[in-house]
Design a protein around this ligand. Structure first.
Ligand code: G
Ligand code: MN
Length: 335
């Protein structure tokens, strides 16, 4: 189990690493502002070269073991905000055995706003992975064990920043998990350190899992959901209503929220579909879950969705998936 020791920030323009270690740890003496060379003196040779390489790359995830000259090992985890700066946490133990958890070239996380139908304001975001060039590494075909952990790191950092803005203190972010991710116990450890390290209290970090993915191994899905919830994360059932929903299973799964599939929302004009949607939101409410309508392509739908009982809405009409930088600007303009 990893423990958060403190945080770091790398400024590429002045080539300085600022470290703020919690004063209750024996690593307090690492606190301060360092040039890479001076910091390197504290490390063993291999770590020195690895850190040099990671910072020179100026993009993506920073995740590496840092071996101090006395042999103690820390783990540095974080990400570049843009080419000019990176930030992250120091952990006592490694969060992953992967030597290089970078999920292929040029992963760009994007974020799609989720609107509260009660306030009409942005309440949260879904984090989505995008690859700018649709080549052989296109999102559909790309398989990478480190994708979920990379997305979690990017999403947690971005959310921590957005939560500092007035009115967005309790914003949340939803990261997608696949059936394969359910087999990876390290994700729970990572969730624990990210929630702790970035103070993502009040279920700031949430996980989406489709019914199909969960049904591939129900026991594994149940156990993962329980452990993520215990870590302080929330669990969202994605694409609800179009898979092979089993109510028995819904009774067992500790989900906090249902995301109702685009296919159902697009047929909202149909009386029967509307009745079904009303029943879904009522059922969710009685079960203590919130509901999100997906694929909202027209703002005219908002009052209808609210009437039906939905809590949140997401879709192109409310905001396309966009870069963290564009969300920064969007939130700054909303305040
Ligand atoms: O099911 P899931 O929550 O993972 O769906 C997210 C996907 O849906 C993203 O790939 C996003 O680009 C896409 N999406 C988001 N909003 C809309 C929308 O309004 N219409 C359509 N057709 N797709 C959308
Ligand atoms: Mn999703």
């Amino acid at each position: 189990m990893s423990t958060t020791l403190g945080d770091w920030r790398w400024d590429n323009q002045v080539a300085r690493l600022s470290i703020d270690m919690s004063s209750s740890t024996k690593f307090e003496s690492l606190s301060g502002v360092w040039g890479l060379q001076e910091f390197g003196v504290l490390l063993n040779g291999l770590s020195r070269r690895q850190i040099d390489r990671l910072f020179k790359k100026a993009e993506g995830i920073v995740s590496c073991a840092v071996v101090l000259a006395d042999g103690t090992t820390l783990h540095m985890v974080g990400a570049f905000d843009d080419a000019s700066s990176a930030q992250g946490l120091f952990l006592l133990d490694a969060i992953s055995d992967d030597a290089d958890p970078e999920p292929g070239p040029s992963l760009v996380p994007v974020f799609q706003p989720i609107l509260s139908l009660k306030t009409g304001r942005i309440s949260g975001f879904e984090a989505l992975a995008r690859w700018p060039s649709a080549d052989s590494n296109s999102p559909h075909r790309y398989r990478d064990d480190a994708l979920a952990s990379n997305m979690m790191i990017h999403a947690s950092q971005a959310l921590a920043r957005w939560r500092e803005i007035d009115g967005f203190e309790s914003a949340f972010i939803q990261v997608n998990l696949t059936a394969r991710d359910l087999m990876d116990p390290k994700l729970v450890d990572l969730a624990i350190v990210l929630i702790d390290g970035y103070s993502l209290t009040g279920a700031g970090l949430r996980f989406e899992l489709t019914e199909q993915a969960a049904l591939r191994d129900i026991d594994q899905a149940l156990s993962m959901a329980q452990r993520l919830k215990k870590a302080g994360a929330a669990f969202v059932l994605d694409d609800f209503g179009t898979g092979h929903s089993s109510f028995l299973w819904l009774a067992q799964l500790p989900a906090d929220s249902l995301k109702v599939d685009f296919d159902l929302i697009s047929k909202i004009e149909d009386e029967k579909v509307r009745t079904i949607l009303e029943a879904i939101t009522l059922m969710a409410q009685r079960l203590g879950m919130t509901t999100t309508a997906e694929g909202v392509e027209s703002r005219d739908l908002l009052p209808i969705l609210q009437d039906i009982g939905f809590d949140y809405a997401q879709g192109f009409a409310l905001g396309r998936p966009m870069s963290a930088k564009r969300i920064d600007a969007l939130l700054a303009a909303t305040v």
